[in-house]
Design a protein around this ligand. Structure first.
Ligand code: GDP
Ligand code: IMO
Ligand code: MG
Length: 429
């Protein structure tokens, strides 16, 4: 018996929420360890659809949810998300949700700076979610961030806000954006403090106890390897590390406790925001994938860019992310396509290359090399076993395993929780 970490293997929105919800029935606790409310995880349970950004997906199963120190927490966003899911009938209490007291807060000037900088970038904008994720992580490494535990110390908040506002107001003013007044920010933080502090604790201690007690921990990643600040398509990335190694540092647990690393990949590729996307489709096939897959951002509602499955990119994600098995999602969206293409490598300025290089010019110049496979006419939607899948769909999955050098552990065939084929139980060592 082991723990499991779920990470995205492409550019996000692979269906991590669905897979985490499905796996959560086998876990005792679900831990978020990086990212913030830039994430949007959709869970479909019968007639109810839950859209979670900060809350760990295990809460929907009534499992303990933990928000680790590696997450950047917007207190306003967290409280409104709690209120929203409570209105849907979920119970979120200090017994079911714990938040790391050393996690960093996102404050209103972070979102303002994120949006002002994107505006100033013009054509070169990253296409961020505008939620202040980057500026909050910047403040963390610059050692001026306000953390959850600071909410209990008004004098600490007061002093930290001086430094924070000196920095942010200078930048905001230089971009022509409105600046913030300390008294108002401080008053609002003090108002929110009790609601947040009721969930706060040193979660590393609880996780240590759970681990020693033989409990199963499920680590829920946000974003994906190709959005990782080191390993992704920099600078068109998010501001945290998204690889599985981050689960340890972002939760306060040793790397050996992370367990089996399950990478989630769509049976095709999507991306929101700007940046290179070699297998992107600008034709009717791409539009069809977007329509059948309902490819609109959970957080921003932006249409997602769609393209063929990029096996070279996922193979790279498998290697740098430490992925031991893949969960392949949205296979059903490919139902009915006469022909499918899989990108197996790139041609960059005349050279054959098997991975996406680090230089942005080379990434932008990468032309996909495809192999073509026959599609299937039957339906894979709702399949719960290999036997339910059209033979050609099984061949497609097998080819993906070969090209990505990772075994397929799960296959997802609809947004519904139970429409999942389990090839191997990731919690079983
Ligand atoms: P996440 O950010 O990785 O959790 O993914 P999102 O929730 O942002 O986006 C995935 C979308 O695909 C959601 O609307 C899911 O309900 C949906 N989804 C997940 N798995 C499947 C699947 O196997 N088939 C189909 N058709 N939809 C799926
Ligand atoms: P989940 O967890 C898809 C993208 C943004 C932008 C870039 C930087 O739902 O898979 P940021 O606001 O993080 O500074 O934006 O990263 N991005 C995501 N794309 N899914 C996500 O999360 C994302 N979180 C951030 O669109 O391109
Ligand atoms: Mg998402």
């Amino acid at each position: 018996m082991t723990n499991v970490a779920v990470i995205g293997a492409q550019w996000g929105d692979e269906g991590k929420g669905k897979v985490v919800d499905w796996l959560a029935s086998r876990a005792d606790v679900v831990v978020r360890y990086q990212g913030g409310h830039n994430a949007g995880h959709t869970l479909v349970v019968g007639k109810e659809t839950y859209k979670l950004s900060l809350l760990p997906s295990g809460l929907v199963r009534g499992k303990l949810g933990v928000i680790g120190n590696g997450v950047v927490i917007d207190p306003e966003a967290l409280l409104s998300e709690i209120a929203r899911v409570q209105a849907q009938g979920l119970s979120v209490t200090p017994e079911t949700l714990r938040i790391a007291d050393n996690a960093v807060l996102i404050l209103p000037m972070h979102g303002a700076l994120d949006r002002a900088r994107e505006g100033a970038r013009g054509d070169r904008k990253i296409g961020t979610t505008g939620r202040g994720i980057g500026p909050a992580y910047e403040d963390k490494v610059a050692r001026r961030a306000i953390r959850v535990a600071d909410l209990a110390e008004p004098e600490t908040l007061d002093a930290k806000l001086d430094e924070l506002l000196r920095h942010h107001n200078t930048l905001l003013a230089s971009l022509g954006a409105p600046i913030f007044e300390k008294a108002a920010v401080l008053a609002r933080l003090l108002e929110l403090a009790p609601s947040i502090l009721q969930y706060a604790e040193p979660v590393w201690e609880r996780l240590d106890g759970l681990r020693k007690g033989g409990k199963r921990i499920l680590f829920e990643g946000a974003q994906a390897v190709m959005l990782d600040v080191d390993h992704g398509t920099y600078p068109y990335v998010t501001s945290s590390n998204t690889v599985a190694a981050t689960a340890a540092s972002g939760a306060g647990i040793g790397p050996q406790a992370v367990g089996f690393v399950l990478g989630i990949a769509k049976a095709y590729t999507t991306r929101v925001g700007s940046g290179p996307f070699p297998s992107e489709l600008h034709d009717d096939i791409g539009k069809g994938l977007g329509a059948r897959g309902h490819e609109f951002g959970t957080v921003t509602g932006r249409p997602r860019r769609c393209g063929w499955f990029d096996a070279a990119m996922v193979r790279q994600a498998v290697k740098v992310g430490g992925i031991q098995g893949l969960a392949l999602t949205k296979l059903d969206v490919l139902d009915g396509l006469a022909e499918l293409k899989i990108c197996t490598g790139y041609r960059i300025r005349g050279e054959l290359v098997s991975h996406l290089p680090a230089a942005p010019g080379a990434q932008a110049a990468a032309e996909p090399i495809y192999e073509t496979m026959e599609g299937w006419s039957g339906s894979s939607r709702g399949a719960k076993s290999w036997a339910d899948l059209p033979a050609q769909a099984v061949k497609y999955v097998r080819r993906i395993e070969e090209l990505t050098e990772a075994p397929v552990t799960l296959v997802s065939t609809s947004p519904e929780r139970d429409d999942t084929i389990m090839v191997r139980d990731p919690f079983q060592d």
